[in-house]
Ligand binder design. Structure first.
Ligand code: PMP
Length: 353
């Protein structure tokens, strides 16, 4: 703590991102990246955009990207907000739409950036416990609040929430914003974007980092009625008018337009997830039914921290959270078929010893 710091920083526990190791021999199954790489059309579009025009600022509205996203979802471009990764959109959402004098509600086990934004922006919040089976009970979100945020599928559990439950939460909270963080929705969950016309309080947040394999480009977007989108634009224009650079806009547009590649790769990930789930179960792991590009698994007879260490010694990195209730779980990203087979073989050896 420095005497020059704003006192907010004293109590702030910043988000700890998953490790990004320098050695590329490692089998990296720790931060939910996509093993297949982005659409070749996206890569070509980024290359084509890398020319003299980079001396000019990008379009502050990223209009072509909003149009591509709107077309894809059957919305109008003014129902779309774009930002530098969904993390940035979440930050703007916490500041502009979820900061009120009543507590914000979110599950006690969820994306660990939410409490960090609360600390940074001084948003009063209450954690809502998950059920014993780690599912979200929509009836727990009926009490007085200044906003609600739900990750669907939830992270790190991978469990999806049915649309009917989301709708129940929306209908019970007409006076607060319900933000649904759908970072992993394309791997099997049901998106709430179709509810936007009926619910002015709904904000749906997506990313191109996972199902479109562009984590390195940093593009996310939010969809909602104009009232909410205008709120986010107001925060953006007070913070960074050019959140997306020219290369990101070009690549993201091409990725949104390449549906065939998107469908093929997301289905490959889903198939590998089902195979990995069976492989882990055959070794005695309990695996939560995932709708994401990762699985959350525990072994009743083996300590998760020790398993994670042993995997690391074999060059395989998975994610282990030292947090109450989930410290016996491993979160394993769905990699290529080969990477997942290597993981299962390594775990079989570790469990034998
Ligand atoms: N939401 C959830 C639930 C996530 O797990 C992540 C990835 N860590 C994000 C949002 C942020 O993704 P990005 O900033 O890459 O769009």
């Amino acid at each position: 703590m420095s005497r020059f710091w704003n006192p907010i920083l004293r109590d702030l526990k910043p988000y700890v991102p998953g490790e990004q190791p320098k050695a590329d021999r490692l089998v990296k199954l720790n931060t939910n990246e996509n093993p297949y790489g982005p659409s070749p059309r996206a890569v070509a579009a980024i290359r084509a955009a890398a020319d003299d025009s980079l001396r000019l600022y990008p379009d502050p509205e990223a209009t072509v990207l909003k149009e591509a996203i709107a077309r894809y979802h059957g919305l109008s471009p003014d129902q779309v907000f774009v930002g530098n990764g969904s993390d940035e959109i979440l930050a703007h959402t916490f500041l502009g739409l979820l900061k009120h004098d009543k507590p914000l509600l979110f599950p006690d086990i969820t994306y660990s950036f939410y409490p960090v934004y609360c600390g940074l922006y001084q948003v009063h919040h209450e954690l809502v416990p998950l059920r014993d089976d780690f599912t979200i009970n929509p009836d727990d979100y009926q009490r007085e609040n200044g906003g609600i945020i739900i990750a669907n599928p939830n992270a790190p559990t991978g469990l999806g929430l049915p649309l009917a439950a989301i709708e129940r939460i929306l209908a019970a909270n007409p006076h607060s914003v319900v933000a649904v963080d759908e970072a992993y929705i394309d791997f099997g969950g049901a998106s709430a974007f179709g509810l936007i016309a009926a619910y002015p309080n709904l904000l749906v947040i997506h990313t191109l980092s996972k199902s479109r394999s562009l984590a390195g480009l940093r593009v996310g977007f939010a969809m909602g009625q104009r009232e909410l989108i205008e709120g986010l634009e107001r925060v953006k224009d007070s913070f960074n008018s050019y959140p997306l650079d020219r290369l990101a806009i070009a690549g993201a547009v091409a990725a949104m337009n390449d549906r065939a590649y998107f469908e093929e790769t997301r289905h490959k990930v889903i198939r590998t997830r089902e195979e990995l789930t069976s492989g882990l179960q055959a070794l005695g792991f309990k695996v939560l039914p995932s709708q994401a590009n990762f699985v959350f698994a525990r072994h009743p007879a083996h300590d998760a921290a020790a398993l994670s260490m042993s995997l690391r010694q074999r060059g395989i990195i998975v994610r282990h959270f030292r947090l109450p209730r989930i410290d016996q779980f491993l979160r394993i990203t769905i990699g290529s078929d080969e990477a997942c087979a290597e993981l299962v073989t390594a775990l079989a050896e570790i469990l034998k010893n």
